[in-house]
Design a protein around this ligand. Sequence first.
Ligand code: PLP
Length: 407
Amino acid sequence: MIFDVNSIRQDFPNLHQTVNGKPLVYLDNAASTHKPQSVIEAVRKFYSEYNANVHRALYRYATEATEAYEASRDKVARLINAPDRRSIIFTSGTTESINLIAYAWGRHNLGPGDEILVTEMEHHSNLIPWQLTARDTGATLKFIPITADGALDLSNPDQYFTARTKLVAFIQQSNVFGTINPAKQIIEMAHQVGALTIVDAAQSVPHHQVDMTELDCDFLAFSGHKMLGPTGIGVLYGKPELLEAMEPFLGGGEMIQSVTMEKSTWNEIPWKFEAGTPKIAQVIGLGTAIDYITAIGFEAIVKYEKELTDYALSALSALEGITIHGNAHQRGPVISFNVKDVHPHDLAQFLDQEGIAIRAGHHCTQPIMQKLGVPATSRASFSLYNTKAEIDILIESIANTIRFMTG
Ligand SMILES: Cc1ncc(COP(=O)(O)O)c(C=O)c1O
């Protein structure tokens, strides 16, 4: 398929809005992306044509809903090259996926003397669950430090990967620096000391091929809403033998096999971890988002998003008084920066007047802000529907803001 951004843009109704009379320039894709019409239509069609609960009734629409729901599981498995569809658990998002492991695995397998290794680059979603786990189990949290370039400092691995390390939890692509971490290398180092791994892939799965067979991670988490899919849906990938050995996370309907007043046995995986009525419409919508991404293909997506990112990086760095955070060789389409004498919140508000949506804040990474010595940064993040013309508008508006704010 030929990559044609103008025709791609036609598929996204939200991109054609105006803000303050100006065309919307949406550059907050690391927070959440817009949805193509096909995803919106898939959700509408479910609710208006075959709405029913799944896995529990034999009438026609219930069967149709169940088939569509389970077909999405196959699409997710194919997307990330997971050899076994039982590895794919639907959750509400990356946050819930990581918490599932923290509760169903961490609370039962960790204790005093054990170490949980995370990095200084984590989103709060991959930090707070481990702080709580450490607090509740007596395990210790350790951190792989970051370099001035916004990369992981893996120069002293023996300091971090030890016989005590039981779990390594790390972000594959930074939502602040854009850095793509050497996931395979980290997973190998973890496995060498007998530790399990969980990869926060919220920012990587939407942007490049993430392959379970190649990575060999034990668990991986991502969110639908950052990859053109609905909100309220996420994925936890887990190796089947680990999921089978784990205790359930939430108890209730669907996750059981048999129940007496005194005790119960559990459903097979993945349903053991999908208690209650699942997110049926969202799962179907996610499957359609995967169809959309797959039809374009990651090869074209990576190439195009790199072009946009390189273009934005060189235009931004040509502006006076800009500090760009992170300079990793391998990076995704996320740029965080500060403008001298202009608070990120002021910049975001000025840009909003021009119809430009960027993010200003700590990006759920307060420890990174502390390292950088700033209260907040501005962040522009791109998706496959953004254009160089939009980046031109961004750059011109930042330049205007600088002129206005600093005289
Ligand atoms: C790297 C990373 N991890 C985790 C999350 C949390 O995702 P969600 O809010 O969809 O659970 C985000 C969202 O911003 C993220 O960027």
